[in-house]
Structure formats: structure tokens, C-alpha cells
Design a protein around this ligand. Structure first.
Ligand code: DGJ
Length: 731
């Protein structure tokens, strides 16, 4: 049983395969957090809570003159603003009177079979009812009729606990949510590191590790999308935690809009983590009877370092978050024309590229930006989703049919949320863009943003897309979004609801994607926002893969894909081989290395195949064959980070091993070549200690490869790479 209730102690204990999470209702009805860590026998961990008389930490009236009882110091399950807790709170509510007090007290609980769902928001799901249990704890403020339901999804075998919160206004006057976070986690003891993933356009998800110190350490986004700059995934780790050792906690927010993740060390060295929708520019009016759901947060505890945590996330995302036909089905090896042509193409040029691509073994040909409206540069045409037949020199059906006749699938690019001022749509509906009355909106990549919080706007764009997708055979769609959101104001909402716009926008985006996926279930949708500007677990519910970065340079990708892998599996990371010198960095890397790096992703090409030499073409054919051969291992196996490419100067190495340890694929890139280098080795992982593995005619003991290591070859050219396949020797 994954949820155990000890009525007498009012103790709630949640069990996953290796972790345990516990809460306790105290004498005043406050829900305290007592434990989250390694699984033990059920035991009341509240003995760890020490109460002392601390100055300037006030005492609730209920506690009488007990000066040791203060919500300012106790570990709380879901802290509220205005309750005497001066740390960062999870929930803040304002009433019509302007008052902001909220004192939540335990009312009751319910245990449900299966995993809860959240209306309009993504959530991990159970494959079958008995894969998950749900605990709902109801809390209430005794003065105002505000009711808060804390939901816990326990996916025992997956080793994941999810959380969401539903706030209900059961009173007779409206209330305003000023902050409604998805999770709050208090740690009374321990010193921690705060690991976050920062970045920028063309260099996303770089790992940052700092110690948690007094005050608040925060990351977040106010860009309307989860952003290139900070990812909605963070780790709280023991200061000594490494890839394979030490305790750590992962927190992933399944949300694609503004977010905040915060670690606060308080006056008594206690650490609180909160995560959820960013409270800046957020408020939500709840009329009597209305409720608000926070996005889901997925928590993973690991007692064996980051690798175990990542493996848990990877499996959960692959099997219990991604949906649809392409969840596990082999995704086609694609060629995208973007870096091959940019806007400069015709139908004839594309068909020529496609013919050459088919000859190489490419399975899906993708026509990127520039096929619609007046779109020869990025300054016009967005919003006019009708095919530019003049530019193509044919209809889209003809193009698609010809590509299918070549034995390939066909895909196209869209940016449904974007609009150019130089477009028919803008001229007709200038009021459909997000803009603040009386001000000119900020431009980004020359374009503006459609108000996706509005149903009529979404419906129009949806219909425009259907006019194309209903009639042309489109097997793949790339959903792009190329700017940060600004001028957040919706002409459809009254003044007191403007703080709802960023969240309503995200709900609108999800509603659209859900509808699109249902209408075209056989179409593979790849997410994208100028590369990885919206690479989050929320989007992965709708799009099983996301273009990882607009930076296709193989050496830079080592770091980008490394950082991304802490939460997200390889099967979600769009990665392509592009031409050299690389268009972003000017660097030249061997074709083999570009493929080795792109194979740690969904794998495809983004170049003009007409510019490849015969020798290169032959190499590409072999790469595609190799990728198909190792597909299962790469996409469904466990991924091991053997080096940190940002710190290890000479080699970057990673490994895929099937979950039974029968085979492994080791990839190595010489990221910096030096003369007279000392010998290097890597320690493999995920193998069987006593099994013998064969690789290139040689035999190795699993234990030897894992503890003695595998010697790395000396590089004879810059950025050289290798792949080594180890196969268990059947006895
Ligand atoms: C940004 C994407 O990340 C690129 O791959 C490409 O699709 C361009 N947009 C097209 O405008």
C-alpha cells in the first residue's frame, strides 16, 4: 500500500519504491511536514521536530501562551501568507475587505485509487489504475470559507510523488489568489546545494550549483514561457552529492509559462523549497463556488546521486507523461531544410533535397519556416496560414504526395501563437495581439504575440490550420514560438482579472495542443521555441519531443544535452546533424562527431544534402543504419553521464545501457585535443559485475569495465569521436 494512514497519530505516510514522505496533523490542526527521504519502516518522524521559544517568531492564538509553538519555525506542508510564518509562503489570498490572513487547518482526507487528473493542465498519468494512488487532504480556513485540497499522486513503482493543489472559494464573496504554488517542502536539518539550469538562446540548460545560504535563492521566468534562461526543474542536493552518491531531491514543474523555484534558508538554517506559477503579475479571482488548480510538480528522491534521480525522471516522462502513437514507436529519422535553405527555397528545391535525402535513408522530410503567406524573411507573414503556392510552384498536396512517393513522410512548420504586423491577419484583427491599451507593443524577432487566452483567437488559428492539415498528408508538425511574451494584457478581461492572463495564455496553449493532438493522432508534433525556450515537462505531455536548441554545433551541444539530461530523457531531445562550418559558431567538426552527438537525441539532419560529397553521403547512410540498429538501446535504455563536458576538458563521454545490463553503447568525443596527453579512461556503469562483454572481438568483464574502466583512445584530430558497443557474451 503506497499511502498509509495512522488515524491515532494523524500521520500520513506515502511510500514509493525507495522513498518515503510523511505529514502529521498536530494538536492545532496544522499539517506539519515530518519526513521525505529514504524508505524505512513506518514510524512517526515528528520526534525530530524541536520546539523552542524563539524571539520574534509569534504564536498563534490557539496555542495560548505556549511561546514554543510558532508557524514561523515549524516545518509545514503548505505554508500560507498571513499565518505567522514569515518565510516565503506557498499560498497567499486576499479577500474583498483587503485582508490577507489565511490559517489552514486540517479537515479530512480521502484516498483514491489511481492518479488524479487536473482540468486543462498536464499531469503524469497511471498506465493502469493500480499503478498509482491519490491522497487528498482537505484544509480550511475557519474564518473565511477558503478550502485548500492538497493532492498527492503516489506512483510507487515509478518512484515518483506528484503534487497539485486545488483552492476552492466556498464563501459568498469573491477572493483573490495572489500566490498559489504547487509545492512547498521544508527541511529542518541538513546543508544543501541548489542546482538549477540557466541559459540563453542557443545555449540552454547549463548546470549551476551553489550552496543554499541564508535568504532566498530563486530562479524563474516572467517571459510567458518557461524560457531559455531558467528551466522549471531544480535539484536540492546534499552538499556532497555526486552522479552516483549522496541524497538529492528533484523538482519538476509540469508547466510551460511563468514559474518560480525558490530555496530559502531561514534564521534557524532550515531550508524551504517552493515551486509553482510565478507570483509576479499573477492574481486569480475566484467567484463563490469557483476553484483554481495549480500545475503539477513531480518530486523524486534519490539516495544514490543524480543518476538515479535522472533515471527515475526519464522512465516516468517516457512512459507516464508522453502520450500518443509516438510515445514508444520508433520516430522517423528526419531531414529539416531550415539550416539548408533558411527562407530561400522553392518547391523544386525542396523536392531536389528530398530526393537526395531519400537516397540517404531519411524517413521524414520537414519543410520549415517560409511556406505560407508572404514569408521570405522573418519580418512578415506570420498568422497567414495559407500555402504560398507561388513560392512553392505547386500545391502543398502535390509537394506532400511527391515526397510520399519517394517513400518518405512529410512534415511542416507552424508558429500558431505568432503574428507579423505585415500580415493579412494583423491588418484585419490588430486587437487580437497581446497589447497594453494606449501603448505600442514590444516587438521580438519583428513579431507580436496572439492573445491565446482568447478562445475566439485560438479557434480562428485552429481552423486555419485544419484547412491545411485536413487536406494534405502531414505526418509531422513542428510547433515553434520565437519570442518572449510581453505587453501582457487581454482586451477580453476586466481590470481585476488581468493578473490571470499569463496563466490563461498557457491554459489556452494546452487546450489548443490537446485539440490538435486529438484531431491528428497519427501526426508527430515536435515542440520548439527558438530551440529550447519552452523545454519543460508540461510541453512533453503534448509533444513527445522538443527541439533542444537552435545551437547545432556538436561541441556546444555536449553541454546543452548534458544539462537537459538531468530531468529529460534522450527520446525528448531534438538533435540534428548540421553543416560545417557550423552556422552558429563557425566551428568545423567531423561528420561522425556531429552524428554521435545527435544520436544522443531524436536524431536527424538539417543541411542541404546536395552539398554533401559522395564520401559524406556514404557516411550518412552508415550513420542512419547505425542509429536504427541502436534505436531501442538509445531511446529506451538508461542514459549515463560519464563525464561533465563543462568541466572535463579533454573527453566527453556518455553511455546507454539496456535496463538488464545486456548491452551498452559508449559514446566519446575528444572535446579538446592536446599534445602529449596523459592516458584517460572512463568507468562504465549499468553493466553486470560478473558478466563478460564483447566489443570489437575483445572480451571484458563487466566489473572490470565499471571499476577498472575502459581506456580511451588517443585523438588524432580535433573533435574526434568514437562509439563502442558492448554486448553480453551468452554462456
Ligand atoms: C526557430 C527554430 O528553432 C528553428 O529551428 C527554425 O524553425 C526557425 N525558428 C524558423 O523560423
Amino acid at each position: 500500500m503506497s499511502i498509509v494512514l495512522s488515524e491515532k497519530e494523524s500521520l500520513f505516510t506515502l511510500y514509493t519504491k525507495t522513498s518515503m514522505y510523511q505529514m502529521k496533523v498536530d494538536d492545532y490542526g496544522v499539517l506539519l511536514h515530518t519526513y521525505y527521504g529514504k524508505k524505512t519502516e513506518n514510524f512517526d518522524y515528528s520526534y525530530l521536530i524541536q520546539r523552542r521559544d524563539h524571539g520574534f517568531s509569534g504564536n498563534p492564538y490557539q496555542a495560548g501562551n505556549d511561546r514554543t509553538y510558532s508557524l514561523d519555525t515549524l516545518p509545514q506542508e503548505y505554508s500560507c501568507f498571513g499565518s505567522g510564518d514569515y518565510r516565503q509562503s506557498a499560498l497567499s489570498v486576499k479577500y474583498q475587505t483587503g485582508a490577507m490572513a489565511l490559517e489552514l487547518r486540517y479537515k479530512d482526507y480521502e484516498i483514491q485509487k489511481g492518479k488524479y487528473k487536473i482540468p486543462g493542465l498536464p499531469a503524469l498519468y497511471a498506465m493502469e489504475e493500480n499503478q498509482a494512488d491519490t491522497l487528498v487532504i482537505t484544509m480550511k480556513d475557519d474564518v473565511e470559507d477558503v478550502c485548500v485540497k492538497l493532492y498527492y499522486g503516489v506512483l510507487e513503482d515509478l518512484d515518483v510523488i506528484t503534487r497539485t493543489v486545488c483552492v476552492e472559494n466556498r464563501g459568498s464573496a469573491p477572493v483573490f489568489l495572489e500566490r498559489a504554488m504547487s509545492l512547498c517542502l521544508d527541511r529542518s536539518y541538513g546543508s544543501y546545494d541548489w542546482i538549477t539550469f540557466y541559459g540563453k538562446h542557443e545555449m540552454e540548460r547549463q548546470l549551476s550549483r551553489t550552496s543554499v545560504h541564508h535568504g532566498c535563492q530563486t530562479v524563474g521566468s516572467l517571459r510567458g514561457a518557461s524560457s531559455h534562461q531558467y528551466n522549471p526543474f531544480v535539484i536540492l542536493a546534499d552538499t556532497g552529492a555526486s552522479e552516483t552518491q549522496g541524497e538529492c531531491y528533484g523538482f519538476s514543474l509540469l508547466y510551460s509559462g511563468n514559474f518560480l523555484a525558490e530555496a530559502e534558508m531561514d534564521q534557524f538554517n532550515q531550508t524551504r523549497v517552493i515551486m509553482g506559477i510565478h507570483p509576479e503579475n499573477f492574481s486569480y479571482k475566484l467567484e463563490p463556488g469557483e476553484s483554481f488548480w495549480t500545475p503539477e510538480a513531480a518530486m523524486v528522491y534519490s539516495d544514490a546521486g543524480f543518476e538515479k534521480m535522472s533515471h527515475i525522471y526519464h522512465r516516468a516522462i517516457r512512459s507516464n507523461l508522453c502520450r500518443g502513437r509516438f510515445k514508444h514507436a520508433r520516430r522517423p529519422v528526419l531531414m529539416n531544410n531550415w539550416e539548408g535553405t533558411y527562407f530561400d527555397f522553392t518547391g523544386e528545391k525542396l523536392l531536389d533535397m528530398a530526393e537526395k535525402a531519400a537516397d540517404l535513408g531519411i524517413e521524414l522530410f520537414v519543410m520549415d519556416d517560409g511556406w505560407f503567406g508572404k514569408r521570405d524573411t522573418d519580418s512578415s507573414g506570420l498568422g497567414d496560414w495559407h500555402v504560398n503556392e507561388k513560392k512553392l510552384g505547386c500545391t502543398l498536396t502535390e509537394l506532400s504526395d511527391k515526397i510520399h512517393e519517394m517513400g518518405m513522410k512529410f512534415g511542416i512548420w507552424y508558429e500558431p501563437e505568432g503574428i507579423s504586423e505585415d500580415s493579412g491577419l494583423y491588418r484585419e484583427h490588430p486587437d487580437w495581439v497581446l497589447h497594453v491599451p494606449g501603448r505600442r507593443p514590444m516587438r521580438g524577432r519583428y513579431q507580436l504575440v496572439l492573445d491565446f487566452s482568447r478562445e475566439d483567437v485560438r479557434n480562428y488559428i485552429f481552423d486555419q490550420m485544419c484547412k491545411v492539415l485536413d487536406h494534405v498528408k502531414v505526418d509531422y508538425l513542428k510547433w515553434d514560438f520565437n519570442r518572449s511574451i510581453s505587453d501582457v494584457y487581454s482586451s477580453r478581461l476586466p481590470a481585476e482579472r488581468q493578473g490571470e492572463v499569463p496563466h490563461r495564455y498557457v491554459l489556452g496553449l494546452y487546450e489548443f495542443l490537446e485539440r490538435l493532438g486529438r484531431r491528428y493522432p497519427d501526426m508527430l508534433i515536435e515542440g520548439c521555441s527558438g530551440g529550447g525556450g519552452r523545454f519543460d515537462a508540461g510541453m512533453l505531455y503534448y509533444t513527445p519531443q522538443i527541439w533542444c536548441s537552435d545551437d547545432t554545433d556538436a561541441i556546444e551541444r555536449l553541454e546543452i544535452q548534458y544539462g537537459t539530461s538531468f530531468c529529460y530523457p534522450v527520446s525528448t531531445m531534438g538533435a540534428h546533424v548540421s553543416a560545417c562550418p557550423n552556422h552558429q559558431t563557425g566551428r568545423t567538426t567531423p561528420l561522425k562527431t556531429r552524428a554521435v552527438v545527435a544520436m544522443a537525441g531524436t536524431f536527424g539532419y538539417e543541411l542541404d544534402p546536395g552539398k554533401l560529397s559522395e564520401e559524406e553521403k556514404e557516411e550518412v547512410r552508415k550513420q542512419i543504419t547505425a542509429f536504427k540498429k541502436y534505436y531501442e538501446l538509445i531511446q529506451e535504455g538508461d542514459y549515463f553521464r560519464l563525464t561533465d563536458p563543462a568541466r572535463d576538458e579533454h573527453y566527453a563521454a556518455w553511455e546507454f545501457a539496456d535496463q538488464e545490463g545486456k548491452e551498452a553503447l559508449l559514446s566519446v568525443v575528444a572535446s579538446k585535443v592536446r599534445t602529449n596527453d596523459p592516458p584517460s579512461r572512463v568507468l562504465l556503469r549499468g553493466l553486470r559485475e560478473d558478466a563478460v562483454y564483447e566489443m570489437n572481438g575483445k572480451e571484458y568483464l563487466g566489473g572490470a569495465l565499471m571499476h577498472g574502466g575502459f581506456p580511451l583512445p588517443e585523438a588524432s584530430e580535433e573533435y574526434q569521436s568514437w562509439m563502442f558497443h558492448f554486448q553480453i557474451k551468452e554462456k
